[in-house]
Design a protein around this ligand. Sequence first.
Ligand code: PLZ
Length: 455
Amino acid sequence: MTTLDTAASATTGGPALAQERRLVTAIPGPRSQELLDRKAAAVAAGVGHTAPIAAVAAGGGVVVDADGNSLIDLGSGIAVTSVGNAHPKVVEAVQRQAASFTHTCFMVSPYEGYVAVAEALNRLTPGDFPKKSALFNSGAEAVENAVKIARKATGRQAVVAFDHAYHGRTNLTMALTAKSMPYKSGFGPFASEVYRAPMSYPYRDGLTGPEAAARALSVIEKQVGADNLAAVIIEPIQGEGGFIVPAEGFLPAISEWCTANGVVLIADEVQSGFARTGAMFASEHFGLVPDLVTTAKGIAGGLPLAAVTGRAEIMDAAHVGGLGGTYGGNPIACAAALASIDAFETEGFVERAAELGEIMLGRMRALQAEDPRVGDVRGLGAMVAIELVDPATQAPAPALAGAVAKRCIAEGVVVLTCGTYGNVLRFLPPLSIGDDLLHEGLDVVAAALAAEVAA
Ligand code: PLZ
């Protein structure tokens, strides 16, 4: 046993973990540093990390490290542990399924968990028409498959994605993702027949939703042509791109155009789905009923699972054997998803996300009122961000955002940055966090911002 094993076995995670910010060493402490040294020697340099800690337990609203520090979690492992880390129902379901069977491959010997997850997704996603689902391992894999399905269903090849979009790190999804550094730079050539349209970004373009939609549709019609277009893929609220909430009317206009032109509209709800925004899916806030929805992250309480769900006739377009993968819909991940979905539906997480959003938006608007470096405050539910800028010019302030995030982590609060310009601080707490801990985390954010002189 290494020292890290000893620390890990001494700590049980989940909601019973003391819900407190507790710093007993500098971050990183010696045990965390020991792991980071091993990481540097053993793990490819391309795999970065945000918080320099060795995590040994997490639950409620905290992550505990190997040195005994307890950090407030405002990231949820990038919007994954929405029901809370090591949620008891998830833990129990995983243990029960693992003891029963760990894998058969659904394409070889089907099992109920996969079918039950598909049924739940067909029921929960927007739209009251017949739906079907297929399960995969990661968000990127779900997006790849949604595009495969749309191409097969339409007999067309082109796909449109938007400025600031993030859809993954595989070859096709890198092509769909907008930002070069760090996601794409040097990793080309990228998949062909991917085109980019301008997004509605109210803070920076000042356009109404219909104006922004007209701008995007003009680009699509002139540069791609509806006859060539299989799918338009969009995050209803953009995640990595900066928590950009499109102006009212933008998404419905894009959706109507897709319907009128036989184009499959894919909503990528990998980050925004599963209660995160105060609705089961962010699409619901905009009255958006996509043809296909991609999900992952929050679906399974931390286990790797992803899905494509949508109109049955589109989903069924792929021939038998055309979709699949060795692990897609792994039984343990499905058990975790069913337990998570049960928690979402019976433990008030949708409402809780809305409450957490009110707290975060209120606090951040108050901060904005006294600090002009907070250029924009935006988000829905527990998906809230602030965009930091030069007050004189509104130019993005990425160095400031990075410095504030770093200071927060040193003070025991895990905060993530995002945005095309790297100047956005985003807050994605587990929906199991308590009000007091959230307020304390936001106090630390405010103090960190105050402590940084303008970048
Ligand atoms: N679609 C909307 O947000 C993943 C990326 C983290 P995977 N976002 C976090 C990183 O730096 O790799 C994401 C997303 C949206 C697709 C994906 C991809 O999901 O499960 O990471 O493949």
